[in-house]
Design a binder for this molecule. Sequence first.
Ligand code: AMP
Length: 188
Amino acid sequence: MRLILLGPPGAGKGTQAEHIVSHYEIPQLSTGDMLRAAVAAQTALGLQVKDIMARGDLVSDDIVIGIISERISASDCANGFILDGFPRNVPQAKALDALLIEKNIALDAVIELVVDTEILVDRILQRAAQSSEARDDDTPEAIRHRIQVQQPAPVATHYGEEGILQKIDGMLSIEEVSTQISTILDKI
Ligand code: AMP
């Protein structure tokens, strides 16, 4: 099973991906987590993206496409994967399309968590308060900037045109969203 979870920052993609990982036994590929790990390890990549991420801007397409290309070729992705936080824009979505064609594999579903952007800042601040790991980009300014520049609408339209987009109301409870995702995935 190969799927993408779409939604703005704070929509609950990470939480839902965790449920899917344990239920369907496929890895979650979060470009945000991978980039944060690079920053924490102070690798050359980490140093390159640290400030960009702290501001809430997107890192370059080449970087994330390179990361994903390598990651989906790993043996633990043989039975599928969940992409969380990638693709973030249409050029990334098109690069992913080309990558999948090259590997002769296809996406099974793209699920968009639709949320009210007004409440996202509060949600992210709440998540930050409950988390043991501080994120440089969890300041109110960076959060607003992330929400502004990282709207998933163009990517959702891309997959809508490909006929594989499914929308879920991300304002429902975590359990309800999870049930709706399972209903979609169990049909695949
Ligand atoms: P996330 O954990 O998905 O909210 O991502 C945290 C940050 O990592 C984002 O604000 C971006 O700076 C960067 N990032 C993650 N995924 C991508 C992507 N697909 N394209 C560009 N930047 C990304």
